[in-house]
Design a protein around this ligand. Structure first.
Ligand code: SF4
Length: 411
């Protein structure tokens, strides 16, 4: 449960699903791409259509950076920045509709860490636990440091207590998350490797997945622990962003290409079944056909398992928004399509390489049309399987690959 939700429930409010008619709607926003901004505006308008008499509050990253755009949307009662969103009840008192917009967006200085834990599936078998927030890096395309502030992390003792608490719930998998997770640094100086050591030292039924980690932050000792661990999932999601050294320099990423290449090879030699996902941005200013080809060929040759491909969009206030040589939109889109096709091929190759293996799956939802359950293995293969029992965790043998899905048998 997020800190915010807990706060409102303690005050006697009932949280209802978004889209139901309500007295007050609080919309938490994102501003990572231009599309995210547009989606936020759509959601605000939808909330007004569904609950025309409700108090409408907008908070989060888009609110922090673009309160001018949000205040232009009719019917918004208040806007809260990323620190102010934790003080909403004391800032506004009651949730009646206002005649005048309340603007509560301050500078992001000396911000505290606010934890959050939520489930990402209906059966509540997997939880996402935020242990770090904000970022001190200066990637030239990114608005996150401005929207979220500098890096801060959960206290180490709080983390230990949270893990023990989660161990007594129905969750079986915890996804460790953060804006720049590998930069975890507790107020008592523990780093991200210490977090993994802590997990290893505790007697837990849970398994853990690292949501995403920068290539320069997968330290040898971290990889070593994950390689030998029974609790850490063999799955790394690594933001590379470009396979061209020129573009990486323009992006001001904190690693050279060979760091990434060596890392992928080392992961696969230590953990042959490891799933490796990669984030890529296409159409960054100055990206020529030959830069793109460098990215494409690199990813095609490396043993990566899937790609998350984002089309570059210019974000006001970032260094890259001033860069020359914008890539025309159709070219950006074509490159995105090509990499998404490559991703499908990579994923299929990875899934096929796993057939015949025995893995552990945590059940998520049932497909009523086939009667098959689906879930994820520790190395991030999505499998479908038949089960009669209600066990949330099962050992399965990956049997066949049919129409993009893997069928498994419980053993
Ligand atoms: S590491 Fe770079 S891309 Fe990631 S949040 Fe920080 S500034 Fe943004």
């Amino acid at each position: 449960m997020s800190e915010l939700q807990e706060q409102f429930e303690k005050l006697g409010h009932t949280i209802i699903p978004f889209g139901d008619v309500s007295d007050a709607v609080l919309i938490n926003t994102c501003t990572v791409t231009r599309e995210a901004d547009a989606d936020c505006r759509k959601v605000i308008r939808r909330a007004q259509r569904v609950s025309p008499n409700a108090f409408i509050g907008v908070m989060g990253c888009y609110a922090q950076l673009r309160s001018d755009e949000i205040s232009a949307i009719e019917g918004v009662d208040a806007i809260f920045g990323n620190e102010e969103k934790y003080k909403i009840p004391e800032l506004i008192g009651d949730f009646s509709k206002r005649n005048q917009l309340g603007l509560y967006v301050g500078k992001l200085e000396q911000i505290e860490f606010h934890g959050a834990c939520s489930s990402d599936n209906v059966n509540r078998t997997r939880a996402v636990l935020k242990i770090q927030d904000g970022c001190d890096y200066v990637c030239t395309y990114c608005t996150i440091p401005a929207a979220r502030g500098g890096s801060r992390s959960m206290k180490f003792d709080d983390l230990r207590n949270k893990l023990l608490e989660l161990n007594n719930t129905d969750f079986y998998e915890i996804i460790l998350s953060g804006v720049n997770l590998g930069e975890y640094k507790s107020p008592t100086n523990e780093n991200f490797t210490d977090v993994i050591r802590l997990i290893e030292s505790l007697d837990l039924k849970l398994r853990f997945r690292i949501s995403s980690i920068e290539p320069n932050l997968v330290k040898p000792e971290l990889l070593d622990i994950v390689s030998k661990s029974e609790k850490m999932c063999p799955h790394f999601h690594i933001p590379l962003q470009s396979g061209s050294p020129d573009i990486l320099r323009l992006m001001k990423r904190r690693y050279k290409l060979d760091v990434f290449i060596n890392l992928v090879q080392k992961i696969k030699s230590n953990i042959p079944d490891c799933c490796i996902g990669v984030d890529i941005i296409t159409g960054f200013p100055g990206e020529t056909d030959s830069h793109f080809l460098e990215t494409y060929n690199l990813l095609s040759d490396l043993p990566v398992s899937y790609l998350h491909v984002f089309t570059y969009s210019k974000r006001n206030g970032t260094a890259a928004s001033e860069y020359p040589d914008e890539v025309p939109y159709p070219v950006k889109i074509e490159r995105t399509h090509k990499l998404r096709e490559l991703s499908e091929r990579k994923k299929k190759e990875f899934y096929l390489s796993q057939l015949g293996k025995i893995k552990t799956v945590i059940k998520e939802t049932i497909d009523e049309s086939t009667g098959l359950w689906h879930g994820w293995t520790e190395n991030y293969v999505k499998v479908y399987f038949k089960m009669n029992e209600t066990n949330p965790v099962e050992k399965v043998k990956l049997k066949s690959y049919e129409k993009d899905i893997v069928i498994a048998d419980i053993i």
